[in-house]
Design a protein around this ligand. Structure first.
Ligand code: SAH
Ligand code: SF4
Length: 375
């Protein structure tokens, strides 16, 4: 029997990869679809139970394929229904995924890297240098763990949308990210529509065409109204400045017909003034987009402050008055450090924050620990 570490992780296989892989062992193509359906539709990962495969094939596959997913170390549920999952991605590293409920959707915010080299000044992940890029099976594994957990809840809720807005820069790990999208999109698997998948980038211009090619939605972390401020808060802007970035956004629109989501973090005194709203609307005047404003979420050691609700409201109102399509993103999961920019590679902040003075509710956080016996 082959040793475990030579097995290939099933969750890294696109349907095509699996067909190729089985072909190498002289197996028919349609077997790949059968196995995909067992795993993704029926959630059967015990090869012995895949009853439409021959006994011999099952015996062979058992030695070739593993179905390992990153173990869930921690599962926290916020007062607002947001759930945070902490995954073990080996060598003492962890990544997080967050499930955000709203009226008509259940969005999974997923991680693509352990840490991030882009070093954006306002971002907690950016304070932790890149340790490693995640593999496609680790990305798909996060999805499946959350999927399984929702199934176990028994409320009939399924993930309806994915945003690559967790830890890491997805376009710094594009091969594995787009492979994971292929898997999650496959009609023989999870069958999530491409329109429900959003890749968010700090603006790695040479990789952005891949978002259009994959036919998924594009979000760009704009976060400033001119180059000077953007370079100050997002060092990547020195390499890929706004003019080129916005040109690339227009190219994406021409290729897909889809508007871009511009994320704009409001940093007190730095990007949150009425005048800044005017400048950002002007900057984006010929870029087909909607602006998503996100009040800064504090984290340990952060250099910035969150603007007051009044300032946020005034910014929102002014941008709308000028004709921009602008959304104020409700902060979710702040009490469990699951909000944008609060995710960490290690648990080095308190698990819960007292937000009882805040508008978003009390501190009743349910906590589950799913520590696996193997760790
Ligand atoms: N690396 C990608 C995706 C992950 S970051 C990117 O930068 O687009 C996801 C979003 O969180 C970004 O839009 C970023 O601007 C925002 N963000 C980061 N830190 C934040 C913080 N402390 N408060 C609010 N939003 C933050
Ligand atoms: Fe990385 Fe995005 Fe955070 Fe910037 S905002 S440091 S690109 S994760």
């Amino acid at each position: 029997m082959m040793p475990m570490d030579q097995k290939v992780n099933f969750y890294s296989f696109t349907l095509e990869d699996l067909q190729e892989y089985l072909k190498k062992y002289g197996k028919e193509k349609f077997r790949a679809q059968q196995i995909y359906k067992w795993v993704y539709e029926s959630r059967v990962t015990n090869i012995e139970e895949m009853s439409n495969l021959s006994k011999d094939l099952r015996a062979e596959l058992k030695n070739l394929i593993s179905f390992e997913m990153p173990p869930v170390l921690k599962h926290l549920v916020s007062v607002d229904g947001t759930q945070k999952f902490l995954f073990d991605v080996k060598d003492g590293n962890t990544v997080e995924a967050v499930v955000i409920p709203s009226d008509d959707r259940l969005t999974l915010c997923i991680s693509s890297e352990i840490g991030c080299n882009m070093a954006c000044k306002f971002c907690f992940t950016g304070k932790q240098k890149l340790k490693r890029r995640l593999t496609a099976d680790e990305i798909v594994g996060q999805f499946m763990q959350v999927h399984d957990s929702l199934q176990k809840e028994g409320l009939g809720r399924r993930i309806s949308n994915i945003v690559f807005m967790g830890m890491g820069e997805p376009l710094d790990n594009s091969d594995e990210v787009f492979k994971s999208i292929d898997v999650i999109h496959s009609p023989w698997g999870i069958n999530l529509s491409l329109k429900k998948i959003t890749v968010s980038t700090s603006g790695i211009i040479p990789e952005m065409y891949k978002v259009a090619n994959a036919k998924v939605r594009l979000a760009v972390s704009l976060n400033a109204y001119n180059d000077e401020v953007r370079s100050q808060v997002m060092p990547i802007n020195k390499k890929y400045p706004l003019k080129d970035l916005l040109e690339e956004c227009k190219r994406y629109y021409r290729a897909t017909g889809e508007k871009i989501t511009m994320e704009y973090v409001l940093l007190k005194g730095i990007t949150d003034q009425i005048e800044h709203a005017r400048q950002v609307v002007k900057l984006l005047k010929d870029v087909p987009c909607k602006i998503n404003i996100i009040p800064f979420n504090e984290h340990p050691g952060s250099d910035y402050e969150r603007p007051s609700d009044e300032t946020v409201q005034a910014f929102h109102t002014e941008a709308m008055r000028l004709g921009a399509q602008v959304l104020l993103r409700r902060t979710m999961g702040r009490d469990i450090f699951a909000a944008c920019g609060q995710l960490a590679t290690k648990i080095d902040h308190p698990e819960r924050m007292d937000i009882s003075n805040s508008k978003i509710g009390g501190t009743h956080v349910r906590s589950f620990s799913h520590r696996q016996p193997s760790i």
